[in-house]
Design a protein around this ligand. Structure first.
Ligand code: WQD
Length: 376
């Protein structure tokens, strides 16, 4: 089944990894991105990592419904995966109107463009943030939703908009994927997460501390009811997450009759890891102890979050396969490959030359022989 998939925000962290997996699955991909929160250079690596495939880029704003419709018609798009949107919890609290405008307008634009062009399969990038502070663990999709921030509320509102739109049709199929904590990077080291400014999230902050860009990891509280008192999350490798999107969109495209109602589906591993467990694994991977200290809890944090991922397996036969070691190893490799040694403090690894060899050796072992040229 070779289809053409439109990935709005497809140059972003999860979008770029999903594009690689779509190409590897034999589909062609159109990326619509305005590069407001993504880098063009990620695109150059995608065909190389995927080993070929058809990929087009439409540079523009997803809030422009005519542009979205034009892209769908021009490429005879079979399904849309809607990633584009703002995703920083803290920023959404500081500027809620920006989040409601951008995220809701973007979703309405995609839906109206799909209606106008007869494109009838949608996967929406939602988030476990819609659950708020849920006591029942692991969290099933039937858990009550009540997000504690504007970002999470935009995700919830868009899910409800899709509910109503799907109910008004008899042939539109949609799935909303609720991500737990996406982390890691592609094992090639070519693509990964490059947060702008100081990272809020744990993995990029640890990686930048290990790279000598930050002095110390602050552990927000060690008095939670977890194995070691530090916060526990369901971290999922971004490549597993990407493969979940491929499985979800192929499931939708296989439905030609009896279109199922809009379903919300958790994408998580069902395994929790504490902050200290992540830190210790990262230290093992990079070969030295990463400096850290305990500080008071971060306001708004929940102590534990854990997915019940069984619906994804039941619905489209997907489950996460990569563990914490791979998450840390791949995240560290990307950090090592992208850190410009020139002009930055030397890392705790010492000479950057060791870094480069370390990264390129991995490329060769992965059979990506041209990795060296790509990085030169
Ligand atoms: C994880 C754990 C912190 C940083 C994010 C956002 C959002 C969502 C994924 C998409 C917690 C602890 C963190 C640090 C720390 N994605 N921590 N020191 O809190 O689950 O939130 O979830 O929707 O991006 O909602 O992820 O990585 O910020 O924190 O101790 O410097 O690490 O207390 O226990 P979180 P996180």
């Amino acid at each position: 089944m070779t289809k053409c998939i439109l990935a709005t925000g497809g140059a972003g962290y999860i979008g770029s990894h999903t594009t690689v997996e779509l190409l590897r699955a034999g589909h062609s991909v159109v990326i619509l991105d305005n590069f407001e929160n993504s880098a063009r250079d990620a695109l150059a690596s995608i065909p190389k990592i995927a080993g070929g495939g058809k990929i087009w880029l439409a540079e523009g704003d997803v809030r422009n419904a005519r542009l979205v419709a034009d892209v769908i018609q021009r490429h005879s798009v079979d399904a849309v995966i809607h990633f584009a949107g703002k995703k920083a919890v803290g920023e959404s609290v500081a500027d809620p109107l920006l989040y409601y405008h951008d995220n809701i307008t973007g979703a309405l634009s995609v839906l109206s463009a799909m209606r106008g062009t007869g494109c009838k399969r949608l996967v929406f990038s939602s988030s476990a943030t819609v659950y708020g502070d849920v006591k029942m663990l692991p969290i099933p999709e039937t858990a009550p939703t009540c997000s504690s921030n504007p970002y999470g509320r935009t995700k919830l509102m868009i899910e409800e908009i899709i509910d109503d739109f799907v109910a008004s049709t008899d042939d539109f199929g949609a799935l909303s994927l609720r991500y737990f904590n996406p982390v890691g990077a592609h094992p090639s080291g070519f693509i990964g997460e490059s947060p702008i400014g100081t990272p809020n999230n744990l993995f990029p902050f640890i990686a930048q501390t290990a790279a000598g860009m930050r002095d110390m990891v602050q552990i927000f509280g060690n008095d939670y009811e977890t194995r070691d008192g530090t916060g526990s999350r369901d971290y999922i490798h971004v490549v597993d997450l990407a493969r979940g999107h491929v499985a979800a969109v192929e499931h939708l495209l296989s439905q030609t009759t009896n279109i199922l109602p809009h379903r919300k589906v958790n994408l998580g591993t069902g395994k929790g890891h504490t902050v200290l467990e992540v830190l210790n694994t990262f230290s093992k991977v990079c070969g030295f102890q990463i400096p850290h200290r305990i500080v008071p809890r971060r306001p708004g944090d929940v102590g534990l979050s854990l997915a019940d991922p069984s619906l994804a397996f039941g619905l489209f036969n997907w489950r996460a396969e990569l563990g914490l070691d791979e998450m840390c190893r791949d995240h560290w490799r990307f950090q090592a490959a992208t850190n410009e040694p020139r002009g930055r403090r030397r890392t705790r690894l010492g000479a950057e030359a060791r870094w480069a060899n370390r990264v390129w050796e991995d490329f060769e072992s992965l059979g990506i022989a041209e990795g060296r040229n790509a990085l030169a």
